[in-house]
Design a protein around this ligand. Structure first.
Ligand SMILES: *Cc1c(COP(=O)(O)O)cnc(C)c1O
Length: 349
């Protein structure tokens, strides 16, 4: 008896797994995580983990963590939703706010996960170009009244904060939900998170994976109007932030915010040194408000492959619309970063 082939949703044909590095490298500057240490209070909680935390379920919707995040963000706990990384929050939000066949509008280039979540949910995706200075045309973005507008500021992979007036126009005129991904807000020193709940249809999405140095714990969150947040929670389901992560994250927010700010200052100083080092190699990094830079560079994919052989991981982009081939790499402490620049110099020669 021959088995039937495994069934598959036809609209998923052509979708691939997200590309993650195949093997570890000595110096990995490819994913914009922090190389500046781990919050001490979070580490202490993890080291002191109790059997009960592991044997029992975590809190249903991260209630203790929501209180810590609310205090950090300047909003109320019921205006916060958490998730297993902000990717989980974005996935839940895309599912919550658009039906199959409706449109998600975003800028290009930008963070690819929301586009992928849109495709998985049968949405159409419409893209509008964003300039290296964060400028874009808000009316072009809002053509056809998309169910969801996704904006990322500072924008990954370009690094710039989006033009504030253009963002204001989107917030004023969008009829659907505006997802504002502010994963790098701590580096930019500015965010719209505290303002989001009063705006009604705006979800400010944040993460502990970047400035807080907790990417391995997978804790993301968002702030918005209570009703908006409740629908993201409905879509997300219970227990998605694990018991160790919720406790460690709450401890970091309660006791390590000053520590985090000091690490952000180190990271920004390192980014300035990285920009200078890249310019000394004849490259022209784009202006950044985050912990990484995008560097237009012909043949970036082949160059990244040569760097990987030498033990340096960077993110390569082929033919980004309006930018061409480019490398993205994030700041790291001086010894590691100097080594990375030396490897880059060798590979360019
Ligand atoms: C890294 C990143 C995220 C994902 O963060 P997690 O919380 O680790 O899932 C979300 N948005 C942007 C723009 C990012 O660069």
């Amino acid at each position: 008896m021959s088995a039937l082939p495994p069934p598959r949703r036809s609209e998923w044909n052509g979708l691939q797994l997200y590309q993650t590095p195949e093997s570890p490298v000595a110096i990995d500057l490819s994913d914009n995580t922090s190389r500046f240490g781990v919050p001490p209070a979070a580490l202490a909680v993890l080291r002191g983990a109790e059997d009960e935390w592991i044997a029992r379920y975590p809190s249903g919707y991260g209630e203790p963590l929501k209180h810590a995040l609310a205090a950090y963000a300047g909003v109320r706990p019921e205006q916060i939703v958490t998730g297993c990384g902000s990717d989980d929050v974005l996935d839940s939000a895309v599912r919550a706010f658009a039906r199959p066949g409706e449109t998600l509008a975003c800028l290009a280039p930008t963070f690819p996960m929301p586009v992928r979540f849109a495709q998985l949910n049968g949405l159409r995706v419409r893209e509008t170009r964003v300039g290296p200075d964060g400028s874009f045309d808000p009316s072009a973005l809002l053509v056809g009244d998309p169910a969801i507008v996704y904006l990322c500021s500072p924008n990954n992979p370009t690094g710039a904060c989006l033009d504030g007036d253009a963002v204001d126009r989107v917030l004023a005129h969008a009829t659907g939900v505006v997802i504002l991904d502010e994963a790098y807000a701590e580096f930019a020193g500015t965010s719209r998170t505290a303002a989001a709940p009063a705006l009604g249809r705006v979800l400010s999405v944040r993460t502990l994976s970047k400035a807080f140095g907790l990417a391995g714990l997978r804790v993301g969150w968002a702030a918005g109007h209570e009703a908006l947040v409740r629908d993201v929670e409905l879509s997300r389901g219970p227990y998605t932030v694990n018991a160790l992560a919720e406790r460690a994250a709450a401890a970091a927010l309660a006791r390590d915010v000053d520590w985090m700010r000091a690490r952000v200052a180190e990271s920004l100083a390192a980014r300035a040194a990285l920009e200078a080092g890249l310019r000394a190699l004849g490259l022209e990094p784009l202006p950044s408000h985050a912990n990484f830079v995008l560097v237009p560079c012909a043949g970036a994919p082949a160059l990244a492959a040569r760097l990987r052989e030498r033990g340096l991981g960077v993110r390569a982009f082929a033919n980004l619309p309006g930018y061409g081939d480019a490398l993205r790499l994030h700041a790291s402490p001086p010894a590691e970063q100097d080594r990375a620049l030396a490897l880059l110099k060798e590979a360019l020669a």
